[in-house]
Every structure is written in C-alpha cells, then in structure tokens.
Design a protein around this ligand. Structure first.
Ligand code: ZN
Length: 238
C-alpha cells in the first residue's frame, strides 16, 4: 500500500493540484490529509472539493475549525484572522458543514493523523521540540503518526525510550519503535524551500519520503491579490 500524505493546503489550489498530480504519478492508493484545507489563500471551495473528490481521510486544522466557529479567531494574528473571516463568507453551508464534521484525530491501518499535537488536539499545540514530541508519543497508539501545523517537514522518532530527530528526506520506519512525521505544507511553505511539500508512505518498503513539488506560485499570488486578501499572505509564498 502506498499512501500520499499532505496538509496545510491553506486554500492554495495551484499548490494542491501540483501535489495531487505528483501523488498520482506515484500511483498512491490513498491520500491522507492532516488538516488546514483552508485559510490564507484564495480558493477554499476548490480545495475542499478536490479533497472530497479524492476521498481523503482528513482531520481538522485550526483554520478549518476557526472558519466554522469551533476554534477562537482571536488566537490568530491579524492576517490569518482576516483570511478566516473572508473564507467563512466564501463558503456555502454545505462546505461549512464538511469542515465542522472533520474529526480532530483519525486512526487507520496503524496510522494516526492529527493536525497539531495528540496532547489536547483541540488546542492545536505545535510539536516543535523533543518535549512536545514526548507528550504526543505518550498518547500515540499506532507505530506512525502524521501531523502538520508548523509547515516544516520534520521527523521525531522513538527508539528504546529515547527520542531522536531526523531531517533527511527519506525516513526508514523500521529503525523506530514509533514515529511522528510532519509532512510540511502544501500551500504555504515556511522552511525557505518555496515548493509544496507532501509525503509518500510505502508500507511494503516501510519508508516515508518527503517530496517537494514545484507549482505555479505566481498564479496563487495573483489570486490572493485579486481577492483583496492580506498582501502578506501572498508575499509569504514568494
Ligand atoms: Zn497551517
């Protein structure tokens, strides 16, 4: 079985299309999504449509829940908040219902999905340090967990009680007792690599590869300007 894993799409349809094309070329059997389909960029409905069409297993991100009033908008900085308010106005009830019904955590086939952290997933804390990773490892019941939220691909793995960090682009799952894998962001990279990020998990080879994908950044930027969303949301993509 080959899984494609993606998240933090943030209404960037140009990036999402590029990632989906890449995953199709890899003949993935199923796509998993670690949340934040919406927020920041200009095409929330098209992104939700595609995630639904692909029949992704998906968990909610803080932006998804903020748009439907399940997470307080005052936790966001102004530019993210403006995009949340704008997004809520763009979406019909059918779309809002879809976002509202997304769960915080999903488990399937030895895989756990969460947006921020397993420790109180409803607070959307970040897993950035070994201490954060420990809190999630304590609650993780499957060998592997995919997450997002920081927009930076990173692996924490547990081996004989110790937590290690791995920043390579292919991770050998066999060397870990349990592993937390941040798949990076499709629609708003924050690690100085402007390409979209996703992961490919091959359950036969037991490897997870972080894949970076070029997309039409200019097109995404122009759509953000045309929608009169905060300019910084466009500048961040460049
Ligand atoms: Zn995000």
């Amino acid at each position: 079985m080959i899984y494609g894993v993606m998240g933090d799409i943030h209404s960037n349809y140009d990036a999402l299309m590029a990632v989906v094309d890449e995953l199709r070329l890899e003949h993935v059997d199923k796509i998993l999504c670690v949340g934040d389909i919406v927020g920041y960029a200009a095409e929330p409905a098209k992104c939700i449509d595609l995630v639904r069409e692909l029949n992704c297993t998906v968990v909610a991100g803080n932006h998804d829940y903020a748009v439907v009033g399940k997470f307080p908008v005052n936790y966001f900085h102004a530019d993210a908040r403006d995009a949340v308010v704008w997004t809520a106005r763009q979406l019909s009830n059918e779309y809002l219902d879809f976002l509202k019904k997304m769960p915080l955590v999903e488990e399937l086939d030895g895989i756990t999905l969460v947006h921020g952290s397993l420790n109180h997933p409803e607070f959307f804390d970040y897993i950035r340090t070994v201490v954060d990773a420990q809190l999630s490892f304590d609650l993780l019941k499957t060998p592997i967990c995919f997450y997002g939220h920081t927009h930076i691909p990173l692996v924490f793995y547990l081996k004989e009680g110790n937590i290690h960090v791995d920043r390579g682009h292919v991770f050998d799952v066999k060397k870990a007792d349990k592993v937390l894998i941040n798949v990076g962001s499709v629609g708003q990279s924050r690690d100085w690599d402007l390409r979209a990020s996703c992961a490919i998990y091959d359950t036969d080879k037991m490897t997870v590869e972080i894949r970076r994908v070029k997309y039409n950044i200019n097109s995404a930027v122009q759509k953000i300007y045309s929608a009169c969303l905060p300019a910084v949301n466009a500048l961040r993509l460049m």
